[in-house]
Design a protein around this ligand. Sequence first.
Ligand code: SAM
Length: 272
Amino acid sequence: MLRLVPTPIGNLGDVTFRSLEALREAECILCEDTRVTKRLLSLLSERYSIDFGPTEFISFHEHNQDAFLQKITPEFFDRNVAYVSDAGMPGISDPGAKLVRYAQEHAIAYEVLPGPSAAVTAFVASGFECVRFAFYGFLPHKGAERERELKKALTEEKCVVLYESPHRLLKLLEELAAMAPDRTVFLAKELTKRYEQFFKDSAANLYEQFRDKPIKGEWVAVIDKSEEEATALTLTIDEILRLPLPKKELAKMLAKVSEKSVKEWYAILTKD
Ligand code: SAM
């Protein structure tokens, strides 16, 4: 039997009863980092007076997962095996998917225990009233691929949730400020931890706010959906400009497919 076990993303109190039970029953724990998991079990053991018993800890991470799965046989899972990543839900920007696929291909019984995830926590904290959201995980670090992904994110008709490392957060804000300065962005820092902080403002203002400050800790960015994309995909600015409509109406339509306001467009249209 295989169980994918979520662990807290900061606050130990967020561990679930089922996670504690699964970790206690595990005869073998596959860990993204055995040191992190051993430390977590020691803290949980102290806090909840649980004896996790003798357990085998095996390293299972993105660099050895293929080799590991080639080496074992399905009988490996005849005992109770748990998999934990360093924090949060395994399989969400963490290894886990390959284990699930292995279980499916070899008819191994598996369970996924629900639990804390930074993406869902940040999305709810954002207060954006989107029914749908897209989870982009980590963007490519640089180059055309990053730019392409970011452009795609900004044309989503749903909120976009991104993970970003502290040393690239400013770069992300700079890119967002350049590409969509007025778009509202929500930043969640150190979720569930003592120094949890939320920031919500336009991309341009957030960039200004952070540009001269050292950025530390763990971050999730939630980008508000684009209100205009459905129209933007079918009608370009040039096409709208050619429509035989009063300037006020044109300004309203142009504002819908761009980052400029109705007022700004009206000023442009009536300049001459
Ligand atoms: N599996 C995890 C989950 O379910 O949230 C995500 C793991 S991913 C490798 C780590 C990234 O998640 C961090 O770089 C950060 O962007 C985000 N993250 C994790 N914990 C966080 C926290 N407490 N506060 C803010 N962001 C967090």
